[in-house]
Design a protein around this ligand. Structure first.
Ligand SMILES: Cc1ncc(COP(=O)(O)O)c(C=O)c1O
Length: 395
């Protein structure tokens, strides 16, 4: 079945704005990429990765080592600089295969990208040493791990640079972070986004919340105002010549994987930054861990599937709940048809990632589905998702 024909998810795949405004207090310090000394707010994770690669001096003469389990937006920043993307193997628990990584290092290697997949942080001690020995830049990809620790160090503080994708952890339309514990980023100049994008970003976050019936009575008023806006906008668009309607937001915000040059050196919007700064990190971390455990208790023993990770380490704040299916195709369409939100990370791997050389990445790409465990889910939504997954698998 064509993927575009599935109905929209009945419950949100990623966080949405709601009325649960916890006070802006951080009773216990929650480790996050923000603990790195230097930070910049970009429009997306891929924009941050593009800047990190440029900062470490990547050119068309270099190679960048990238996990063989990936999405396109992890590769395009390397290709943009005409450098060569070299893929390395990962193990079945998604950790980097150190033997293969060492084999792939050459005098041309400029950077190694290591990803903390699904929020499960990797011990980077050996890779850090490897990078120091060979004078290679280590880029910590925290797109799935905004929060968490590794050996008591916050995520994003071990690599020379680290990047995050805030859209995955907060109810925002745009946002990424470039961080570094080592390099001062103040010489990097980012443009302010246009006023129209600032407005669009805020409206989009509100519209998503309304679509999932968040925001209560306030939502009803906003809904009316937004309907008026939509009518006026359609009228204005009708008056304009078709060619003047240009793409007005980064592909990342629209769920695409492309890298748009025009959005790399741009700051994230004020509304996105405010949402992130005012969020209660401790509450988000606790909820994500609790919902992950709830899904794990309910789904881990189902026939023909198993959790990707055997347990949830105490210093991990998960992005999603990854479940491995024996016959994925049998269940994927059935679940999507019922409106269950599913992420399929690494669905489209680069053609150089052959089953012969990278059997594990190919297997993960085909068999692992990720279900949401984010902080905005309600108990009813979690119950519905669990019930629907169970019924689908048992039938
Ligand atoms: C592991 C990983 N790294 C980087 C990115 C890029 O992040 P963004 O979508 O914010 O550009 C993604 C996006 O899904 C990702 O999954």
């Amino acid at each position: 079945m064509d993927i575009r024909n599935f109905p929209p998810p009945k419950i949100p795949l990623s966080p949405v704005l709601d009325n649960n405004h916890a006070p802006n207090s951080h009773p216990e310090k929650t480790p996050s990429i923000f603990d790195a000394k230097y930070k910049l707010n970009t429009t997306s994770g891929r924009a941050a990765l593009s800047i990190a690669l440029e900062e470490c001096g990547t050119t068309n003469e270099h190679e960048v080592l990238i996990p063989s389990y990936h999405c396109e937006s992890m590769i395009s920043p390397t290709l943009r600089l005409n450098a060569k993307a070299i893929f390395y193997r990962i193990n079945s628990d998604t950790s980097p295969n150190l033997t293969d990584l060492k084999k792939k290092i050459s005098p041309k290697t400029k950077a190694i990208i290591v990803t903390h997949f699904f929020g499960f942080t990797e011990d980077l001690t050996d890779i850090r040493q490897l990078c120091d020995t060979h004078n290679i830049c280590l880029i910590e990809d925290c797109a799935h791990a905004f929060f968490g620790q590794i050996n008591r160090q916050s995520v994003g503080t071990v690599g020379d640079y680290a990047i995050a994708s805030t859209m995955k952890f907060f109810p925002v339309f745009d946002g990424g972070i470039l961080a570094s514990q080592k390099y001062n980023l103040q010489n990097i100049s980012l443009k302010q986004p246009s006023l129209s994008f600032q407005v669009k970003s805020w409206i989009n976050a509100v519209e998503r919340a309304l679509a999932y019936k968040r925001l209560g009575a306030r939502g009803k008023v906003l809904n009316t105002l937004l309907s008026i806006k939509t009518t006026c906008w359609s009228f204005i668009k009708g008056l304009r010549p078709q060619e003047s309607v240009v793409t007005s937001s980064p592909g990342s915000s629209e769920g695409g994987f492309g890298l748009d040059e025009n959005w790399i050196y741009v700051k994230s919007t004020v509304s996105s930054q405010k949402t992130i700064i005012n969020a209660d990190y401790s509450d988000i971390s606790k909820k994500r861990r609790a919902y992950y455990e709830l899904l794990d208790d309910a789904l881990r023993d189902l026939p023909s599937c198993e959790p990707l990770f055997k347990n949830l380490p105490h210093d991990v704040v998960p992005l999603v709940y990854p479940l491995k299916f024996q016959c994925p195709e049998q269940y994927f369409s059935a679940l999507k048809e019922k409106g269950v939100p599913i992420w399929r990370f690494g669905e489209y791997l680069d053609e150089k990632v052959t089953p012969e050389e990278f059997p594990i990445s190919r297997e993960l790409s085909e068999t692992v589905f990720q279900f949401p465990c984010h902080q905005s889910l309600t108990q009813d939504e979690l119950d519905w998702m669990i019930k629907t997954i169970k019924e689908t698998i048992k039938s």
